[in-house]
Design a protein around this ligand. Structure first.
Ligand code: TXA
Ligand code: MG
Length: 340
């Protein structure tokens, strides 16, 4: 597939017009596709919630083309946020900061904070610069479902309800941005992503992991999220062939997402080998799960991924997408790291 990373002027103009008219625009970022509305138009932002079926108290990220407009949205930029912006923007990092007084509560979910991201994708940059304001955008999927990493995923999910869908090809990262929040000088990782905890620590020193008692709500933090419609189970790595056989006994069709080829041929199993490289696995994850979801199977089995930070974001999404985690005989099936 030829990857169109820049939109034509006509495409950008029609997207900007849609935003000005209070309509929705889907656009690519390097993480996943966003479903965008003019962040200064509460009625337009409400349309996002209606279309996604998202609960009204869940806040959305405001996207900017650079930190130059930060002061319009953020009351006071925490000191470590400046250093993180310097290091990772534009890029796959979202920062939750104290909101400016005029920011509407439809954006913040009624909280005193606002999440800001400066995406790097050239088409997102084109759109944001041409629009000249903030674009509120969650991932362009129905609430709780798999995030879209291609324009056709957005079309399949929303069809004509979105006036403009900018097609920037396949998202290169494929998992949602890393989210951090600040309490005074403390920096806290709320959602793991391709900017890793180690990279954040290099810039800010200490880093707290996972939401604490006072942390703002993160819908991805609800137990089930990023999920296919077919029930999905995480299986200990060494048991994937045996469990695929067991689950497909009697001719039941089973889908498998593994990191290698099957050891033997399985009669009723649709098998995807997603490989052992974390970046490639992450980039393809949602598309692979969509493919398996459409394969007409009764279950999806996912081979458990390795321990270690390179796999943290993938592990987090898999655990949230799975309806259950199979226990292995030695108990390793339960040993998946789950952010509290
Ligand atoms: O990569 C991404 O972040 C993509 C692209 C489109 O930018 N967006 C995305 O948006 O994943 P969404 O809405 O699917 O997830 C954003 C997360 C949610 O879990 C939301 O609760 C959290 O950010 N969030 C937004 N505003 C927040 C706030 N004020 N405080 C805490 N969490 C916030
Ligand atoms: Mg989402």
């Amino acid at each position: 597939m030829v990857r169109a990373v820049r939109a034509t002027q006509v495409e950008i103009e029609s997207a900007v017009q849609a935003l000005r008219d209070g309509e929705l625009v889907a656009f690519p970022t390097e993480t996943v596709y966003g479903l965008g509305a003019n962040a200064q138009n509460p009625a337009a932002v409400r349309k996002i919630f209606e279309l996604k079926g998202r609960p009204a108290n869940h806040p959305v990220i405001v996207h900017l083309d650079s930190p130059r407009y930060l002061h319009r949205w953020v009351r006071e930029v925490p000191e470590p946020a400046n250093r993180l912006a310097e290091a990772f923007w534009p890029g796959p990092l979202t920062m939750v900061m104290p909101r400016a007084p005029h920011v509407h509560e439809v954006i913040t979910g009624g909280q005193d904070t606002i999440a800001i991201r400066v995406p790097a994708h050239p088409m997102a940059q084109q759109l944001l610069t041409a629009f000249g304001g903030g674009i509120a955008a969650p991932s362009a999927n129905r609430y709780g479902r798999l995030s879209p990493t291609r324009a056709e995923h957005v079309r399949e999910e929303f069809g004509d309800s979105v006036r403009v869908i900018l097609d920037g090809g396949e998202c290169q990262i494929g998992l949602e941005s890393t989210i951090v929040a600040f309490t005074g000088e403390q920096v806290r990782l709320l959602r793991p992503g391709s900017v890793t905890a180690a990279q954040l620590r290099e810039v800010v020193g200490e880093l707290a992991i996972g939401p604490d008692f006072d942390s703002p709500r993160v819908p991805g933090g609800t137990p089930s999220h990023y999920a296919p419609s077919t029930p999905m189970t995480i299986v200990p790595a060494g048991e994937i062939d045996a469990q695929a056989d067991a689950a497909s006994s009697g001719g039941r069709r089973v889908a498998v997402l593994a990191q290698r080829l099957p050891l033997r041929s399985h009669k009723y199993v649709t098998w995807i080998n997603a490989g052992r490289r974390p970046e490639v696995y992450a980039r393809d994850l949602y598309n692979n799960l969509r493919t398996l979801d459409k394969a007409g199977c009764q279950r999806i089995l996912v081979q458990s991924v390795p321990e270690g930070e390179a796999w943290e974001a993938v592990r987090d999404r898999l655990v949230r997408a799975a309806s259950s985690i199979a226990e292995s005989d030695d108990g390793t099936g339960g040993a998946m790291a789950v952010l509290p």
